[in-house]
Design a binder for this molecule. Structure first.
Ligand code: UDX
Ligand code: UDX
Length: 434
């Protein structure tokens, strides 16, 4: 089967590479010629474990290629995926659909034989139908259908999520499109992956509802964590105790500095906007957004309190700035709120992150980038863990403490056992535990 993938961002690239690994012939298209040149040289523009190897293997097998030429890529393609970005629009927080619609209008005149145009970008309810109308307006005779195929990939685990998904959601309007989409995902049938066939509108809604629910779950446990601190309970025991209830489930119950990333912040705010527009307010989601934003700022106070209410003149080593481990993505990372506030209050900040420097350098002016946690901790008053990279999970705490001039360890991801940190000589602060 021949597939064209428009947009080689995070989602487009992972999806294109994985489809080629299914055995399909995939051409990825991007407007950014520099990116395409790099991809053609075998360079992977993002950090995602396993992606480089999978890309190299499928390029070598002749199943995967990259171009800026949409017409060339669409020749013979039975399915054309739109996986361009849908950033939150400045001002109103609504998903910006400019790139989705322009991709649709550009591909419209290139449709030759029957083609399914598949929207993979996260888009508000009604967008898929509008994509169909816009294609029809440009190319009234074109033989095509629109399908909605939201993705549920976690950065850092995207390949596993693509190859072994909990489910695949596809919105279609007729059997002909369904047949093509079945062929696209046939390799997953062998693994008995549940396929959820829906309308376009339900598929669009599933994506937003899933992400909003997960963001709510995290925000819920974060508030419980705050309460645990006041009440003398341990949020990790609470999470375990509630998570073992099958109706609740143990995942996404890690308390921390608040969720970030390319999806949860953008999708929750888009869903809240959809609610306002359709006069069906999403009050829970609105509250989740407010609580999560406030939480990132509140983490600065937590660090200030740990340093006896004094940030000015303090040297702070920050471990981890990406929004989560195993990615170089800095989008809406809690560190982007926390680190500038520390600097603004007069602290000196030294940062270590296994992958974050490339993106982070421009976003975090005024920090010193260090190569390892011990170097960063030299003569520091406090070490603050913001992202739980594996590299930070097994530090020699006594050595770390010995290098510092102070003794404060603020662990915003609860990766250390309080007793061991204290035994190593630290005054230890974590989240939802005393
Ligand atoms: C994706 C999805 O699109 C978004 O809806 C989802 O919620 C999160 O993941 P992402 O892949 O992270 O977004 O977007 P981005 O990194 O911005 O990449 C988009 C790519 O499309 C860029 O390489 C851009 O150059 C390219 N593009 C954009 C085009 O080729 N053509 C366009 O018209 C617009
Ligand atoms: C998410 C969804 O999981 C994925 O299905 C969707 O398609 C895209 O958005 P991603 O943003 O890559 O994926 O990462 P995820 O692992 O979901 O983490 C999002 C944020 O929540 C991170 O900042 C993470 O640190 C935080 N988080 C996650 C918590 O604070 N606690 C948790 O228990 C889980």
């Amino acid at each position: 089967m021949r597939i064209a993938m428009i947009g080689t961002g995070y989602v487009g690239l992972v999806s294109g590479v994985c489809f080629s690994d299914f055995g399909h012939e995939v051409v990825c298209i991007d407007k950014n010629a520099d990116k395409i040149d790099r991809l053609n040289r075998g360079e992977v523009p993002i950090y995602e474990p396993g992606l480089d190897e999978l890309m190299a293997r499928n390029t070598a097998a002749g199943r995967l290629s990259f171009t800026t030429d949409l017409a060339e890529a669409m020749k013979g393609a039975e399915a054309v995926f739109i996986a361009v970005g849908t950033p939150a629009r400045r001002g109103d927080g609504h998903a910006d659909l400019t790139y989705v619609y322009s991709a649709a209008e550009e591909l419209a005149p290139l449709i030759a034989d029957y083609t399914v145009v598949v929207v993979k970008s996260t888009v508000p309810v009604g967008t898929n139908a509008e994509v169909g109308r816009r294609i029809r307006a440009v190319a009234p005779e074109a033989d095509f259908d629109v399908a909605s195929n939201p993705e549920f990939l976690r950065e850092g685990a995207a390949i596993e999520d693509f190859m072994r998904p909990d489910r695949v959601v596809v919105g279609v309007t007729n059997g002909r499109a369904r047949e093509v989409m079945s062929d696209v995902y046939r390799p997953l049938f062998l693994r008995e992956t549940p396929m959820v066939w829906t309308s376009l509108e339900s598929a669009e809604m599933i994506k937003y509802a899933a992400n909003a629910f997960l963001a709510t779950k995290i925000t819920f446990i974060n508030e419980i964590a705050d309460l645990c601190e006041k009440a003398g309970a341990d949020v990790q025991q609470v999470a375990k105790g509630i998570g073992l209830d099958g109706r609740i489930g143990g995942k996404f119950l890690h308390a921390g500095p608040g969720y970030g990333g390319s999806c949860f912040p953008k999708d929750t705010s888009a869903l809240a906007r959809i609610g306002v527009e359709l006069a069906s307010p999403m009050r829970i989601v609105e509250t989740v957004i407010t609580v999560n934003d406030a939480r990132k700022r509140r983490m600065v106070e937590k660090i200030r309190e740990a340093l006896d209410d004094q940030l000015a003149g303090k040297r702070i080593a920050v471990l981890g700035v990406t929004f989560k481990p195993n990615t170089d993505d800095m989008r809406d990372a809690p560190a982007l709120t926390i680190v500038p506030a520390l600097i603004g209050a007069g602290a000196e900040v030294r940062v270590v992150d296994p992958q974050g420097r490339k993106e982070g350098e421009a976003l975090l002016p005024g920090v010193s980038w260090m190569n390892d946690p011990y170097a960063a901790a030299e003569a520091a008053d406090a070490v603050v863990i913001i992202t739980e990279w594996n590299e930070f999970r097994a530090l020699d705490l006594e050595r770390l403490r010995g290098i510092m001039r102070g003794d404060r360890l603020v662990d915003l991801r609860n990766i250390y056992v309080p007793e061991s940190a204290r035994e190593a000589g630290f005054v230890y602060t974590s989240v939802g535990r005393v």
